[in-house]
Design a protein around this ligand. Structure first.
Ligand SMILES: Cc1ncc(COP(=O)(O)O)c(C=O)c1O
Length: 356
């Protein structure tokens, strides 16, 4: 049991949050287009050196992704002014790291986890401090807390976590957000498979919290690259300051708006994938070659095989690609398997049954 009574809660003032930002960014003026400065009804657009023939794509997109923010704000019941869209949440991971980390400052993460946190730290010249999850992929809270110091800027928490598939306990999450002396980013990429666990409704309680989500998983839109960040107005302002002005293009915007207008269609697919994940889990436990199937609340399973290298190659030989995770700490002999269509999952199970 962790002790949640220790007086670790930080009293965040706006000044303390601003002090976490790289100083040169605090005075940076965002790129501004004539159209975003103009108030009123624009009838003739001769300001942006665009082509005048209307094709639906001859104009630059809205730099603020207003329609998309409003649509997602409605779905998440959250103020659209406190949302910013990125070219996938990958872009947001990079932007968040560059806002807060001077070279030599530290980001913390809990492997095995999503790989982009480390890549973004490398790009920014930040130190990547890893605290390995326990063997059942829970957070060793005391060890993590002992690893942070005055260089610590960002703590990446991924819940549900990729590749382990489990979610972080709500009390642990709250304790870490309240006690970390910097920005906590909660990556909710897989939250559409367990929406009741989202911290978005509670974001206002935590001035140092940023939450990221994506249309790539439950919404089925990985190809259009669309991820969102939810945060305080100040942090959203910083993200808007450093982002490229037209990072969400008109084609992406149109497709995303269409998807967001059909939440029931998304839910049906999510429900199907959850049922398939459960079916896969039961079938995998039956196989001799499987050592362990880790409990998952996502659209994938982390599976420990007796010999993962052999299974990985045997599946590849049959044209089935899964993700090798055996190189990650505490994930020896593990493969990550995404739930696919019913017939794809049947084909996977058939192939696995033929491996001795
Ligand atoms: C935990 C996690 N976060 C973020 C991402 C990236 O999402 P996006 O497609 O929005 O860049 C992924 C993709 O696999 C992921 O697993």
């Amino acid at each position: 049991m962790i002790d949640l009574t220790t007086p670790t809660t930080i009293n965040w003032t706006p000044q303390k949050i601003a002090a976490l930002v790289r100083p040169n960014l605090l005075d940076l003026k965002a790129y501004s287009s004539a159209r975003s400065e103009f108030k009123g009804v624009a009838e003739v657009l001769l300001d942006a050196n665009e082509s005048p023939w209307e094709t639906g794509r001859n104009r630059y997109p809205d730099p603020n992704s207003t329609a998309l923010r409003e649509a997602f704000g409605k779905i998440r019941n959250f103020n659209p002014d406190q949302i910013v869209w990125g070219n996938g949440s990958d872009e947001l991971v990079d932007q968040i790291t560059r806002i807060f980390c001077n070279p030599g400052e530290a980001v913390h993460a809990l492997p095995p986890t999503f790989g982009m946190y480390k890549v973004a730290a490398g790009i920014a010249g930040a130190e990547f401090r890893a605290t390995t999850l326990t063997k059942d992929f829970t957070i060793p809270v005391d060890e993590l807390k002992a690893s942070w110091d005055d260089k610590s800027k960002i703590l990446w928490l991924c819940s549900p976590n990729n590749p382990s598939g489990n979610a972080i306990d709500g009390e642990v999450l709250e304790d870490l957000i309240r006690s970390f002396p910097g920005i906590v980013v909660l990556d909710e990429a897989y939250i559409d498979f367990v929406p009741e666990l989202s911290f978005v409704p509670r974001l206002a309680e935590f001035p140092n919290l940023i939450i990221t989500q994506t249309l790539s998983k439950g919404w089925g839109m990985a190809g259009i690259r669309c991820g969102a960040a939810f945060a305080s107005p100040f942090i959203i302002g910083m993200l808007n300051t450093i982002k490229m002005p037209y990072n969400i293009n008109v084609l992406t915007t149109g497709v995303a708006l269409e998807a967001l207008s059909q939440p029931a269609a998304m839910q049906e697919k999510v429900d199907t994938l959850i049922a398939e994940r459960k079916r896969l889990e039961r079938a995998l436990w039956e196989l001799e070659i499987v050592n362990h199937v880790f409990p998952s609340v996502t659209n994938f399973l982390l599976v420990r095989f007796k010999d993962s290298a052999k299974v990985y190659q045997a599946l590849l030989d049959q044209g089935i690609v899964v993700r090798n995770q055996a190189y990650q700490p505490n994930a020896e002999n593990c493969l990550r398997i995404t739930a696919g269509l019913v017939e794809e999952n049947d084909r996977l199970l058939g192939a696995l049954k033929n491996i001795q």
